[in-house]
Design a protein around this ligand. Sequence first.
Ligand code: FEO
Length: 390
Amino acid sequence: MIKREIAPQVWSFVVNDWNRRLFDSLIPLPDGTSYNAYLIRGREISVLVDTSDAAKIPEFLTALDNEAPVDFVIGQHVEQDHAGAIPAVMERFPRATLLCTPKAKGMFEDHLHIPPARIRTVADGETLPLGGRTLRFVHTPWVHWPETMCVWLEEDRLLFTCDFFGSHLASTDRDAVDECRVYEAAKRYYAEIMMPFRGQIRNHLDRLGKLPVRAIAPSHGPIYPKPAFIFDAYRDWVSESCKNVAVVPYVSMHGSTERMVQRLVGRLAERNVTVFLFDLAVTDLGKLAESLVDAATVVFGVPTVLAGPHPAVAYAALLANALRPKARYAGLLGSFGWASRMVEQVQGLLSNLKVEFLEPVLVRGCPRDADLEAVARLADQIAERHARLL
Ligand code: FEO
């Protein structure tokens, strides 16, 4: 636990989870993560913004041992990595009330079993005077659950955002000083949970962007003392403009699909299209998700298994479909032994994507020169469409 005073009478409590390698039993965490809570003391009222993951309750409670009680615990988000310690904190401070959005109230009751009598909901824009300083609650639904909100500390111009702008990054740095590292982690985090809600996030950026923010304090990863850094990054990610990038997730069982994929990558490179290639047998799906944030095209390389797509590709397609990237074009190439319904099945898995499906290249057995020429033509189509986009 790292406790720091980040402004007069405002402290961060950072629990680094250095060795966590998976979130939601789904998302890889190559750099661990942190759970950040914030204690704000006014002259009359004290609040605790968020808590910690349930797995870190003992560490979190120990950090609160010498703290005077708080009047309110603010639950910006119900997910257990921030709210997991709320029941224990409410027990530690029996006079405290939990503040949350109306949408969050029932969720706190269901997920954390917080008694309804100890919850008070706050309206969008409502203020809470603490004595000498003022909190304002800003509802920001769907980043990335429906109940989420931010908290604005007006006099100090601090914006507390929970997952919004966060990064899965265990770090001893208080601030985002290593911007390259934080950018990468924040983009990856955006891709994994925020990307499906691009439209809502764009609206929140417009609204929050009007505040004279001095620093952004998320509940994962370091603080942003230069808010423009992460605001600008988010504006880019949520925009409708794509980059000249093709993402190629694939699997190959006996080398046929691999040969086609390599021909595709070579030709795209010759045509100056940036390619991110992922062998799904070994790749990190978080990295794949991150690459989908900007890409104009995604091409799946798919061997046929029992007449359908290789399950590893089906899984990646299901994930891409759930993340709803802004790609404009999608392609399929692959091989089969005797029969295949791979194309229609994979296209069916990608029904959320607003893409033009390019002519697939499906080969029986090992690709011949004519098949590789068809792959090259697919690459040419991609390059030509990208040229029209940019
Ligand atoms: Fe960091 Fe959605 O929890």
